[in-house]
Design a protein around this ligand. Structure first.
Ligand code: NAD
Length: 344
């Protein structure tokens, strides 16, 4: 296919996660990379070279005016998301933006509203929804195999945060705090699995790596849902050994239970017929996420739309507030107390 007949995309922010999006984009025949943007010129230039000599800039406005640009993938620090999203909507482009959509509900709403007004597709990269494990659990729930979920336990335990994490990730004012930065993956995916509106979040934070950390590197978060289901989430980036990447899932439903331990390839479903393994697939979550966003440009629902993105931010903010308050925080209160309008 000729490049000019495919969707022209820019990638904004060329740090760690951009590589996964760029790799997914390279495999597409219906989209191509026009260029990259980063406030750090050396990083933008190096990425542009590595991507075969595409254009680069430190200025998003300039990149949005390059010929053929119709869409953007934003991979910048969390506190930059809302303003960049609104600029991209204002230029009439579609957007796949990294999670969280913003660091406050008001900013997240402003971004989502800008896309609704512009009539362009906004998708938020809550990538866990596109991973095989999360899709297997969701399938077992929506097919009725485990019945209605009553209790979900999800642990995602990662290794030592030093020395990989840079300034903004360790600065709660820039990341929104760890519950919003990384905890939001779990908060979003359990809400997607359970399929009912979340009512409250009760969270505790621990500083495992160092008591001098500005963020909590180990989180316990309990989410209560309308209808009575409960999700117990544990998220860590402070465990030893440094290479640890452990994930554990347990779902108790009205018809049976599902477990997906970290060392297993397939979920074990136990219902009245006895235990059985669910079929496995092996796909790339970032490629699947890109696929779903590009499909949404042709009319299908985006995998995580602006509404989901706002709700996920509200859950993360509720968790952050709960850690401070030492008590459950109502999601409705978070959605109601954040002002609807923010300055442009
Ligand atoms: N979906 C996932 O699984 C996943 C995984 C990791 C990170 N993330 C998210 O991706 C985003 C980026 O994280 P990262 O780990 O790649 O960070 P990073 O620090 O490695 O990269 C961020 C890049 O953005 C650039 N940048 C900063 N402000 C900018 C601006 N205003 N305009 C253009 N460029 C700017 C920085 O110079 C840097 O190169 C964050 O929102 C993070 O939460 C998501």
């Amino acid at each position: 296919m000729e490049q000019s007949s495919t969707l022209g995309v820019i990638v904004v922010g060329t740090g760690f996660v951009a590589d996964s999006h760029l790799a997914a984009l390279r495999s597409r025949a219906d989209a191509h990379l026009v260029g990259v943007v980063d406030v750090a010129p050396e990083r933008a230039a190096a990425t542009a070279r590595a991507q075969g000599g595409v254009r680069w800039s430190t200025d998003l406005a300039e990149a949005l005016s390059w010929p053929g640009v119709a869409a953007a993938i934003v991979c910048t620090p969390n506190d930059t998301h809302s303003a960049l999203a609104r600029q991209i909507a204002g230029a009439g482009c579609h957007l796949l933006i990294e999670k969280p959509l913003a660091t406050s509900v008001a900013d997240a709403r402003a971004a989502a509203d800008a896309f609704a007004t512009a009539g362009r597709v906004l998708a938020v990269a809550h990538t866990h929804r596109c991973y095989d494990y999360a899709r297997a659990v969701r399938r077992a729930i929506t097919s009725g195999e485990v019945g209605r979920p009553r209790l979900v336990r999800l642990s995602v335990l990662g290794g030592w945060i030093w020395p990989d994490w840079r300034g903004w990730m360790l600065d709660g004012r820039r990341s929104g705090g760890h519950a919003l930065h990384n905890g939001v993956h779990l908060l979003d995916v359990v809400t997607w699995w359970i399929g009912c509106p979340p009512v409250s979040v009760f969270a505790r934070g621990h500083k495992q790596t160092s008591s001098e950390l500005d963020i909590y590197d180990h989180l316990e978060m309990v989410v209560r849902f309308e209808g009575g289901a409960v999700a117990v989430c544990e998220m860590s980036r402070g465990h030893r050994p440094a290479t640890l990447a452990m994930r554990d899932v347990f779902v108790q439903g009205t018809a049976g239970l599902l477990t997906l331990p970290w060392d297993a390839d397939a979920s074990l479903l136990i219902d009245e017929r006895g235990p059985g393994l669910l079929p496995t697939v092996a796909s790339d979550g970032f490629a699947r996420q890109l696929d779903a966003w590009l499909a949404a440009l042709h009319g299908t629902a985006p995998p995580v739309d602006g509404h989901d993105g706002v709700l996920a931010v509200a859950l993360g903010v509720a968790a952050e507030r709960s850690i401070v308050a030492g008590a459950p925080v109502s999601v409705a209160d978070v959605l109601a107390t954040e002002p609807r309008e923010v300055p442009a």
